[in-house]
Design a protein around this ligand. Structure first.
Ligand SMILES: Cc1ncc(COP(=O)(O)O)c(C=O)c1O
Length: 408
């Protein structure tokens, strides 16, 4: 190893050691230090490059260092970074208008993360049901809605909840894709049902059309809100602007986050007018939410989506990628199932997927695992067929090596 290389390795190791000294141990981080990114690739501090098929967990949809995103950040930061919601901010209303034009919604509220967007939806649902004394929210088993106390209270997965009870009361769980059970869980005290049309952290599990249509009918009939958490599956990820468009339904409320501001923190809760207007001044707020810079970047991201037809690209690339994954399934009997839509795909194994992730990384591909056995792919929307070929070739080798490790 030459001296520059070993100096970089030492630097990288020092950074990682200092993480354990200075940061709360909330993440089991992968042992690389990411230094920069461009397009569909990132480089670590030692100069090794990786094809990134997880893209900041579904955030870097337009790719790294998109020139238009970098330009808008540079220009707008000189104009105004932030000034609070004491005042009107033009970029905020432009972003709200754009999201409403793209979706079923009439009004928006901006915050800083997916969890906060869901907190907004929870509060809106609670105020919606207040006069009737309806406060219960029914969520799905296997779901994920964030890490605040209320949103883990609504997350149907024990590993996130353990150690943190008690949660705010009034949250109930029902089996995903089981309409009879859902119906039994609705009472006169129910104000809303919340669900991800495609569960992300839950292992890329799609709602069946009959379930989602049935939920919509029940909510309409019982006059309760249907909230779609599209934090992971929304904004083009599944090959439509919003995942609900794959189904013959619209929600009353929808939450968004991840890719919306191309890597800057943002969350949005969208709703139909009659529901949005339940909030009055003082009911909800966020110091940073909807700031000028972040909204300007989000507007640019949506412009890029339209200009580069990224929704259409996701649809095409998703079909291509899924076909490649099916070929792997045919080849390896330990691949149980391929799931998902667009570029939100999962490959379920019959063993724990961590070795696959580790070996793929060594070979230059970043992916991750959800629910232990599902290898998850959330590549940037700008992936080429060449990137997909490269990723599937690395994945094939990683699967071959991992099965040897697991079975030996
Ligand atoms: C469906 C869903 N909802 C909510 C969240 C929470 O978002 P955030 O981490 O931005 O709070 C996530 C994060 O992965 C998610 O996938």
């Amino acid at each position: 190893m030459n001296s520059t290389k070993s100096a970089l390795k030492r630097k990288s190791q020092k950074v990682m050691q200092e993480f354990s000294k200075y940061l709360m141990p909330t993440y089991s981080r992968i042992p690389i230090v990411i230094d920069r990114g461009e397009g569909t690739r990132v480089w670590d501090r030692e100069g090794k490059s990786y094809l990134d098929f997880i893209s900041g967990i579904g955030v870097m949809a337009a790719g790294y260092s998109h020139p238009d995103i970098c330009k808008v950040i540079k220009e707008e930061c000189h104009r105004l970074i932030h000034c609070s919601n004491l005042y009107h901010v033009e970029a905020q209303v432009e972003l709200a208008k754009k999201l409403c034009q793209l979706s079923f919604a009439d009004k928006a509220f901006f915050c800083n993360s997916g969890a906060e967007a869901n907190e907004t939806a929870i509060k809106l649902a609670r105020k919606f049901g207040y006069e009737k004394g309806a406060y219960e929210i029914v969520a799905m088993e296997n779901s994920f809605h964030g890490r605040t106390l209320a949103t883990i209270g609504l997350t149907g997965e024990e590993k996130y909840r353990k150690h943190f009870a008690p949660f705010p009361p009034g949250f109930k769980f029902t089996s995903f894709n089981n309409l009879n059970e859902l119906e039994k869980n609705i009472t006169p005290r129910t104000c809303a049902v919340i669900m991800e049309p495609i569960q992300g952290e839950g292992g890329i599990c799609e709602a069946t059309p009959s379930f989602i249509e049935g939920v919509r009918n029940i909510c309409t009939e019982k006059e309760i809100l249907l909230i779609f958490d599209e934090v992971q599956c929304g904004l083009g990820r599944t090959g439509k602007w919003f995942a609900y468009e794959h189904y013959n339904v619209e929600p009353d409320v929808m939450t968004l986050a991840k890719p919306l501001a191309a890597g800057l923190p943002i969350g949005a809760c969208l709703a139909k007018k009659n529901i949005a207007d339940i909030f009055s001044p003082g009911d909800h707020a966020s110091t940073f939410g909807g700031g000028h810079l972040v909204c300007s970047v989000a507007l640019k991201f949506l412009e890029i989506m339209e200009k580069q037809d990224l929704v259409g690209e996701v649809e095409k690339r998703g079909i291509y990628f899924k076909e490649k994954l099916h070929l792997l399934k045919e080849k390896f009997s330990f691949v149980r199932e391929i799931r998902g839509k667009g570029l939100m795909l999962g490959l379920e194994l019959d063993f724990e997927g961590k070795p696959v992730v580790d070996i793929a990384r060594e070979k230059g591909l970043l992916i991750n695992v959800t629910r232990g056995k599902t290898v998850r792919f959330l590549p940037p929307y700008i992936v080429s067929e060449g990137d997909i070929d490269e990723a599937t070739s690395i994945l094939k080798d990683a699967l071959k090596d991992a099965i040897k490790e697991v079975r030996d």
